[in-house]
Structures are given as structure tokens and as C-alpha cells.
Design a protein around this ligand. Structure first.
Ligand SMILES: C[S@@+](CC[C@H](N)C(=O)[O-])C[C@H]1O[C@@H](n2cnc3c(N)ncnc32)[C@H](O)[C@@H]1O
Length: 286
């Protein structure tokens, strides 16, 4: 195991997928164990895998998609989204202490949020072990876990001040279970014009835009909307950045080999691309 030290405060949010008891760090950070003796070894790359017994991880992002996500996000093209998440997370009462990023990918956004919240700890839960490997090194106060957003989350009840879901699956019942009273879900979803200059000309799968009503319907009756803010900016992308943008998304898997490169030849050397994202806040219902 070569990853950074496991943050014990972040580990304290986790629950054993077998018996649902709390976990503690054991063997100097080599793994976790619960009071019933169920033990999870930490991967060499630093992440943990906490799936219900007998469950294989769902299909998460591939190694290539994760590499493209790292390149695209670290170039700063989605920094306004990170700033919008920072504002949304900071709203609503005292500074949050515990953040959970569900489908959190490489931990890029969570790391920036933790930088702004010096007393907070965070967890990245993602189906992709390639993403979890990156997330394990995203921030010293973050712990990365391979988990399935559609199963029972490997988290204790009422431990999260904020759950983040950024372009990822959301499970309303489980999110409501793990939020503390007064906690908030912050969810980022693409608006209908998101990436229009790329999606249209490349004939990419048009991801069904998450209409506010449909999003609220998928989260109810567990969570109720508090507010939603539209964020729209232009990213100036060269062809290589467009290629990584496409490569990190769901479109990549559906394009025939070589099709993207051929299409990009017809693109201008630099393209102004609309990024259009709604950031909504939800509170536990009732
Ligand atoms: C579009 S990416 C967004 C990643 C990250 N939130 C970000 O904005 O950089 C969607 C993420 O959801 C993850 N994912 C897909 N299905 C999942 C599931 N059932 N449980 C957990 N994560 C899942 C993928 O592996 C991927 O990292």
C-alpha cells in the first residue's frame, strides 16, 4: 500500500457493508475492521472497496476516460463549476465538516472544496477503480472508496453535512439516509445547451437534459428542493481539449474507432464551447 495516510475522521463516516457497524483504521492504515471482525484491506493505490457481499462493482469510467477527465479538469476548463459548487456547499448554516462526493470520479471538485474548508473531511465514492486510484491521492483529508451509488451506501446514518453529485447517479433514499439533519445535497446537472457546439457537429449521444422537475421527481419523496442556480460560461478549447472532453464522457464508448479523430479534422483549431450547468440544493424531506 503506497497511498497517503487514511484520515480517521473520514473513515469514521463509513459502515461495514456486511454488518453495517462502524469501521476503524487497523494495521497502521493497511485496512479497516469493524467490531464484528469484518476486515477490508486497502488497495496498493490507496483506495478501499466497500461493496455489498457478493456484489461486483458496476461499470464505472474506464482507465482512458479517467485519464481524459484528469487532463480536462486539471486544465481548468470546469473551474467555474468548481467555484459554483464551493458557493453551494458553503451556503445553509455553519461550515460543513463532512462531505461525500457520490460518483465523485477523480476527486477533483472535492479536493478544491476541502481546500476551502480547512476543518472538513471528505469521501469520494465511485464505481470505477481507476477513478478511485486517482481520488485516493486527491487530498490528504479525503478517502476514496469503490462503491455502487445504486446499492446501500457504505456509510453510517446521518453522517454527511453535504452530499455532492456532479454529473453522476443519485439515489435519493440513500442520500437522505446519510445526510445529517440540516444537511444538504448539492447536485450539478447539464442544461439542454450544455456543450452544444461539440455535441451537435460530432453527432454525439445527446444526454437527456435533467429538467428541474424530472430531477425533483427522481429525488422525491426523500429530498425537497431548496434552490437552483444556472451557471453558463464559454470554454475556449483547442482540438486536443475537445478530444479529451469527448473522451471523458459517456459519448466515447459509442463512437466507432477513428471516428472522433476524423470528425475533429473538420473542426476549427479553436472552438468556443458553451458549458451550461444547473447547481441545485436539496434538503432531507420531512
Ligand atoms: C461523468 S463522471 C463525473 C465524475 C465527477 N463527479 C466529476 O464531475 O468529475 C460520472 C462518474 O460516475 C461514476 N459512476 C457511474 N455509475 C456509478 C455507480 N453506479 N456508482 C458509483 N459511481 C458511478 C463513474 O465511474 C464516473 O466517475
Amino acid at each position: 500500500m503506497t497511498g497517503p495516510t487514511l484520515d480517521a475522521r473520514a473513515v469514521a463516516l463509513l459502515s461495514c457493508p456486511v454488518c453495517r457497524a462502524p469501521f476503524a483504521v487497523v494495521d497502521g492504515g493497511a485496512g479497516l475492521a469493524c467490531a464484528s471482525g469484518h476486515r477490508v484491506d486497502r488497495a496498493r493505490q490507496g483506495h478501499l472497496t466497500l461493496l455489498p457481499a457478493g456484489r461486483r462493482p458496476p461499470t464505472g469510467d474506464s482507465a482512458e476516460m479517467v485519464a481524459d477527465r484528469v487532463a480536462f479538469l486539471s486544465a481548468g476548463h470546469y473551474d467555474p463549476l468548481t467555484a459554483a459548487l464551493r458557493d453551494a456547499v458553503a451556503g445553509d448554516g455553519p461550515a460543513p465538516q463532512t462531505l461525500v462526493d457520490l460518483g465523485g470520479g477523480t476527486g477533483h471538485h472535492l479536493a478544491a472544496l476541502l481546500d476551502a474548508l480547512p476543518d472538513a473531511v471528505g469521501l469520494v465514492l465511485d464505481a470505477s477503480r481507476y477513478a478511485a486510484r486517482r481520488a485516493a491521492r486527491a487530498h490528504p483529508r479525503a478517502v476514496a472508496v469503490v462503491a455502487d451509488a445504486w446499492s446501500r451506501l457504505p456509510l453510517l446514518d446521518e453522517v454527511a453535512d453535504r452530499v455532492l453529485v456532479v454529473f453522476a447517479p443519485r439515489n435519493g433514499a440513500e442520500i437522505a439516509r446519510v445526510l445529517r439533519p440540516g444537511g444538504r445535497l448539492v447536485v450539478a446537472t447539464p442544461a439542454p445547451d450544455h456543450l452544444a457546439e461539440v455535441v451537435g457537429p460530432l453527432g454525439l449521444l445527446r444526454v437527456d437534459p435533467d429538467k428541474a422537475e424530472r430531477l425533483a421527481a427522481t429525488l422525491g419523496p426523500h429530498l425537497q428542493p431548496v434552490r437552483s442556480t444556472a451557471h453558463r460560461w464559454t470554454a475556449s478549447l483547442d482540438r486536443s481539449a475537445v478530444a479529451t472532453l469527448v473522451g471523458m464522457g459517456p459519448h466515447a464508448r459509442h463512437l466507432p474507432a477513428g471516428a472522433l479523430a476524423a470528425s475533429l479534422e473538420r473542426f476549427p483549431a479553436r472552438l468556443e464551447v458553451t458549458v451550461s450547468v444547473d447547481v441545485a440544493t436539496y434538503a432531507p424531506a420531512g
